[in-house]
Design a protein around this ligand. Structure first.
Ligand code: TYD
Ligand code: MG
Length: 455
């Protein structure tokens, strides 16, 4: 028998190497490298070019394709994240932390698509049918025409799908699926890849949409959803903070629609409820104006979303002061602190700095720079920013303020929610159309002077 050479794979990013190491060279994660049995361990086959294959038919780029017909499930938040409904024969990955609500979301989605006339199968490798039925009863979906299967053997599932020919199948989760032609444990990189590959192929071949659930894992032995992201058409992440009831479904890749779109849900006792007006929800917990609290007018996908940033600045007992961030990028916080110090002469040395995005939201827009700076200054100077203002704008390393995209949308949303003024960079298409009074500054030093007095 041929001696099989060892190979190792990273469970985080799927990078394959010939030797083990504590840290993945490709993605930098620690303790994620595990041994994998290679897919084929036989002697090398003849090169593909050596024997003749079948000629592939070629076409030109021109020609009219009608846009894919989509099915809306009626859950607007989900339909929008999918790019306007479910595309037939698409492969979708839904990633998220364990316990965040993926199974709940997909059972509700399965029932909604069944209600829209699709034939839907929900295959669970994690829960017995009785458990899924119990959940369905809790969600008030016991009457939905969804067919259940509790199975982990991929061959059996595919055989069933071939005969049943559903329009949509949900696989919960891809890490529990077991392809018997692959010689490694369920959940390993090779198994997860093989299962996702088979299911994606099935989707294209039989015109069935496949939704796969992928747990984001931190333990090394189970492969994460990132190892299959490249295979599927659409990648959605279900995010949220267990301490909050808000959940955000975010599209990070979509071959049939805009990426970066979000849907907002709220976890309730009867499952996930849609949140059509996220700004109102994110601001609902806001109390009286207090130092360190600032409302940022952001854009998530195609929608404006207002949320509260909170900063706390306190003398540090440590030689190295703390910088702690929840919901924003720590590197970007350091940059803003450095710009405040270098361009405005406002030092934060010897001060602990805490920054939090209220409601468990995660913000990645540079447009939040100015709102962060305002929150930091307001906390440091112990002066509240006027409660009826929103703030947004990008800060460059020179201390200049740059206008950001979709200024109008941000201002309109602020006005809709009862704000009367906005603090923004100079320039940008703004102003006249909105009824807000604007405070505009060209650079950070001018902003400090205008909003916080002398600075
Ligand atoms: P679940 O969908 O099982 O998470 P995942 O599939 O991502 O692991 O959701 C688990 C959590 O959701 C659990 O802690 C209970 C909570 N939950 C509710 O609050 N309300 C509900 O109606 C349901 C079904 C679950
Ligand atoms: Mg689950």
């Amino acid at each position: 028998m041929a001696k099989s050479s060892k190979s190792f794979a990273c469970t985080e990013c799927g990078n394959v190497t010939s030797k083990w190491s504590g840290r993945c060279e490709a993605c930098g994660s620690w303790n994620t490298i595990v041994e994998e049995t290679p897919l084929s361990s036989g002697p090398a086959k003849k090169s593909l070019g050596a024997s003749r294959g079948r000629a592939v038919s070629l076409t030109d780029l021109g020609g009219v394709e009608s846009p894919p017909p989509r099915t809306s499930c009626g859950l607007d938040e989900l339909d929008r994240v999918l790019g306007g409904g479910l595309v037939p024969a698409s492969a979708i990955l839904v990633g998220g932390d364990p316990g965040i609500g993926k199974s709940t979301l997909l059972l509700q989605a399965a029932a909604a698509f069944a209600g829209a006339g699709l034939k839907v199968i929900y295959a669970s490798g994690e829960e017995a049918s009785a458990q899924v039925r119990m959940r369905a009863r809790r969600l008030g979906l016991a009457q939905a025409s969804v067919q259940l299967a509790a199975e982990t053997n991929l061959r059996d599932i595919l055989t069933t799908l071939e005969t049943e020919a559903p329009d949509l199948v949900v696989i919960d989760s891809i890490q529990t699926m077991w392809a018997d032609n692959v010689d490694s444990a369920p959940g390993s990189v090779a198994q997860v890849r093989a299962a996702a590959h088979e299911l994606t192929q099935f989707a294209k071949r039989r015109n069935t949409s496949v939704v796969m659930v992928g747990h984001v894992t931190k333990e090394g032995q189970i492969a994460g959803p990132r190892v299959v992201e490249h295979m599927v058409d659409t990648v959605l992440y279900f995010e949220g903070d267990r301490g909050h009831q808000f959940r955000i479904l975010r599209s990070v890749k979509n071959r049939f629609g805009p990426a970066d779109e979000i849907g907002v849900f709220e976890m309730t006792g009867q499952g996930l409820a849609q949140v059509p007006n996220p700004s109102a929800l994110f601001l609902s917990e806001r109390g009286d104006p207090s130092p360190g609290s600032v409302v940022f007018a952001g854009i998530e996908g195609t929608r404006p979303v207002l949320c509260e940033l909170q900063a706390l600045v306190a003398p540090s007992p440590h030689s190295q002061p703390r910088r702690s961030v929840v919901g924003w990028d720590g590197g970007r916080l350091s940059m803003i602190l450095a710009v405040l110090e270098a361009r405005c002469g406002i030092p934060f040395a010897g001060l602990d700095v805490y920054l939090n995005v209220a409601g468990g939201l995660k913000i990645s827009e540079p447009a939040a720079d100015l709102a962060v700076a305002a929150a930091l200054l307001s906390a440091r100077e112990d002066v509240a920013v006027p409660a009826e203002s929103v703030v947004f704008g990008e800060i460059s390393l020179s201390g200049a303020l740059r206008p950001v995209g979709q200024t109008e949308n941000r201002l309109k949303e602020a006005q809709k929610l009862g704000f009367t003024s906005a603090i923004t960079p100079k320039g940008g298409k703004a102003g006249e159309t909105s009824g807000l009074s604007l405070t505009q500054s060209g650079d950070l030093a001018a902003f400090v002077g205008e909003v916080f007095g002398a600075g």
